[in-house]
Design a protein around this ligand. Structure first.
Ligand SMILES: NC(=O)c1ccc[n+]([C@@H]2O[C@H](COP(=O)([O-])OP(=O)(O)OC[C@H]3O[C@@H](n4cnc5c(N)ncnc54)[C@H](OP(=O)(O)O)[C@@H]3O)[C@@H](O)[C@H]2O)c1
Length: 291
């Protein structure tokens, strides 16, 4: 596949790092908008093992890489290797985007605003709503912090109870709303699903290739819920399919992915990318893969 027809000695490099990384959709959506805007950039992916992270960060400076997206498992570990961290990302405790300004590396978290914008664009008004978040990893942290100023209450349920407590404790430092962190189990799920307006799955359960796995049986859902699953591969998870069948309003992870990517792209290049093009390129790619 030809990504850019005229890479020259002036072409600036953007990239995503993670391990594994071959599944990443970021090169697809970013190269599409680079071409669309006729910018002299190229976006590539690097598979970086955790033990090579420090050298990779030195490499960003040595090679003059202009912008970097960061994904699993480096979102937390990389923070201490950067020169500056945006205050919101500091509170969240994870970054997903780095800008290289004259060899000064600044880390930000665009997942947080990306998720919030996706919810607003989907017609969900978070003001005064009860939110139930399943999971307490990087995505949960970003989303919980982004919603914690406007919603009425946040409950976090996680398989590893300690991580739910720890996220709730960190959120309480900045939020004035009630926050609870508890063990993910049948009793808590049934109890909090009943009292929630918005259910957000931030775990990787249901992600390809294990697309038939769910944490919440369909019978426990009810039509008053808005269901947001941050997984974007598959485009429609089993949770989202079940929720639609029950009559819930739903949102998949693709819009969050595109929004976080668009925020990063604008920060790096100063140009607003076409988000519809970014989204369509990913849909096209994932649909082709399924054929
Ligand atoms: N749409 C987007 O833009 C976007 C952005 C970021 C992430 N994501 C997606 O979000 C998902 C999570 O990413 P992350 O960065 O938050 O990963 P992470 O930090 O590794 O967290 C993973 C979370 O999933 C939970 N989990 C994993 N397997 C589980 C299981 N079998 N049963 C119950 N809980 C389980 C973990 O629970 P424990 O703490 O008990 O291990 C943890 O809470 C991934 O699918 C990722 O692709 C999407």
């Amino acid at each position: 596949m030809s990504l850019k027809s005229s890479i020259t000695g002036n072409t600036k490099v953007l990239c995503v790092i993670g391990h594994p990384i071959a599944h990443s959709m970021s090169p697809i959506m970013h190269n599409a908008v680079i071409q669309d805007l006729k910018l002299d950039f190229v976006y590539v992916a690097f598979d970086i093992l955790p033990e090579h992270l420090e050298k990779a960060v030195e490499g960003f400076k040595a090679l003059g890489i202009k912008g970097i997206n960061v994904t699993i498992p480096h979102k937390i570990a990389i923070m201490k290797l950067l020169d500056e961290i945006d205050p919101l990302a500091e509170k969240i405790g994870a970054i997903n985007t780095i800008k290289n300004e004259n060899n000064h590396l600044i880390g930000k978290n665009t997942d947080a605003l990306g998720a919030k914008v996706a919810l607003l664009n989907a017609g969900f008004d978070i003001m005064e709503k009860n939110v139930l978040i399943i999971g307490a990893g990087g995505a949960a942290r970003a989303i919980a912090f982004s919603l914690s100023k406007e919603c009425k209450k946040i409950v976090i349920l996680n398989r590893t109870e300690q991580k739910a407590f720890s996220l709730a404790r960190d959120l309480k430092k900045i939020a004035t709303i009630p926050i609870e962190g508890k063990k993910l189990n049948e009793q808590h799920l049934k109890q909090y699903l009943f009292h929630s307006d918005l259910l957000i799955n931030t775990t990787s359960v249901g992600m390809a290739p294990n697309t038939n796995t769910i944490l919440i049986p369909k019978e426990w859902l009810s039509s008053h819920l808005f269901v947001f699953d941050v997984i974007y591969n598959p485009l429609e998870t089993k949770l989202i399919k079940d929720a639609k069948e029950i009559g819930c309003k739903t949102l998949g992870g693709l819009d969050m992915l595109v929004n976080q990517g668009a925020l990063a792209f604008e920060w790096w290049t100063g140009e607003k990318p076409n988000k519809i093009l970014m989204k369509n390129k990913i849909i096209e790619f994932l649909n082709l893969k399924q054929c």
